[in-house]
Design a binder for this molecule. Sequence first.
Ligand code: SF4
Ligand code: MSK
Length: 623
Amino acid sequence: MLTPDKQISITSDGIKLLKKAKEDNIETVWDRHDAQQPQCGFCEMGLSCRICIMGPCRIDPFGEGPQTGVCGADADIIVARNLCRMIAAGAAAHSDHGRDLVEVLEAISEGKAPGYKIRDEAKLKLLAGEYGVETKDRDALSIAGDLAHSMMEDYGMRRKKVNLVSRAPIQRQKVWEKVGITPRGIDRETSEMMHRTHMGVDNNWQSLLLQGLRNALSDGWGGSMIATEVSDILFGVPSPKPTMVNAGVLKEDQVNIVVHGHNPVVSEMISLACQSPELLEKAKKLGANGINIAGVCCTGNELLMRRGIQMAGNHLMTELILSTGAVDMMIVDYQCIMPSIGKVASSYHTRMISTSDKAKFPGMEHHEFHPDNAQKKAMTIVEMAIENFANRKELFIPVKPQEAVGGFSVETIINALGGTADPLIDAIKQGKIRGAVGIVGCNNPKITHDYGHVTLTRRLIENDILVVDTGCVSVANAKAGFKVPSAIEMAGPGLKEICGALGIPPVLHLGSCVDNVRILVLVSALANALGVDISDLPVAGSAPEWYSEKAVTIGVYCVASGITTHLGPMPPVTGSKNIVELLTSGLDDVVGATFKVEPDPEKAALLIRHHIEKKRAGLGLDA
Ligand code: SF4
Ligand code: MSK
């Protein structure tokens, strides 16, 4: 039986729209989750294997049935291989997103990407310097071409290590060298991970997992970092901008276009087309008072960070938003787009558009975007959305929008602090800020929507812990009202004083899922300023409602970078006691950080606070 609505979401728009969806006979993610019960216990424990067709095989967790697969793999090997393949898939997704941006950078340099341009030359030159590309007396386009080619090499096998690894504190780089997990090439590590997990290759669970760490690092300090940095070069470094969040950002009197997915290459062009005087005029002629672009998931976060575009919702809101009947068009690129949404949209007037050559969906019209045609395509598609405005039927926009501020890049945070990290470090030293936590990741129908994110965030800021967030958490926290300067009233006295003096909220929106690398850059700056390793800092990561393979990779690169990370849902590893022990305690001796799994956010807050206080004591801060 379906869980009662009040347990499905803590958000008012979520609850009201779910009721509306039910009235409209819409099947949602919660219905399908319910229909799947009971879910496979072997899979939940990581004990099923379908890597080859001598199987599929299962290990009996009670020790009565088979203890090895047909090939002889035991529980440790099977659990390790399954986890490592999740890491490889997550790394592939984020890093391929990075590759698409590098290809746009190259196309711009060749004059083959009309409408795209280098928006931040300073950042272009900074990255060029890091990649050893000559900048003196050279124009931006030729620098961009050389930088793109140099980044492409990072994806391959010519380098000894991925270039941006040098951004990590030297102590951390030494840890990776000692353990043998310095990433050598972005695609290389993913490819080697898939190779090692083929039947009959690496059958040592420890060395498999070490390659898992190296693979995740190739994403965090490689593909994802490239994605974020090239996005900043092409679309600008984010800076704080006011915005609005929740389903109330949809407008009754305007054409509503919702962008969904991750890569700003498409959504930025759509956003520009929405400002075209010609299209605005057409919208007016057809009875609309404007063109309203809103986001869901991370492509929305990319636009929010740089343009202040409003966010209609996060992962579990993507079906419900359609049941407003107010979305004239949803445009998707890739990742986290449920294959159900084309069917949901078919109950309303919404036109659904897919845009990526690598992501097609049932019930969607496919209009493929490439760097050379994106500008024109965006105009055509937005025009189609305008024409669809007249086909609306009944609307249900259930709430008023909530104000928020987004756009906190590392550069912005350092600027807000007066040009150096010193004021933040001083506040941490004085104990006014006890530490900082990055809360990241998704929603999951196994957990009350947004409850994990909001509860944990509330408890941390109450206890003087600064929170930075990304991805779907950032929307949950904005909807909860944590992202306006007056939210300092919900913070403890020290955090309230510091954020109040700086005029910033106690919860800072750092961007999309790939932007978790901004957290790596920030903690590296703090560690370098204090002359310590990242693992010495009073910081932690958390993914209270994660669901995706990308989230696994993010968690693993955070831990491998020295950031102890809390997970709400348990990953599928409980079939191996050895692996559970390694992930939750043994990794401390290897990389100075571990995972902590705790589904209850109240208890998780205590665990994280305890960890932060332990790190403070280690630095002698409260002696
Ligand atoms: Fe079974 Fe081994 Fe094949 Fe996995 S790799 S399906 S455990 S035989
Ligand atoms: S969109 S990976 S549900 S955060 Fe980045 Fe949200 Fe998680 Fe997708």
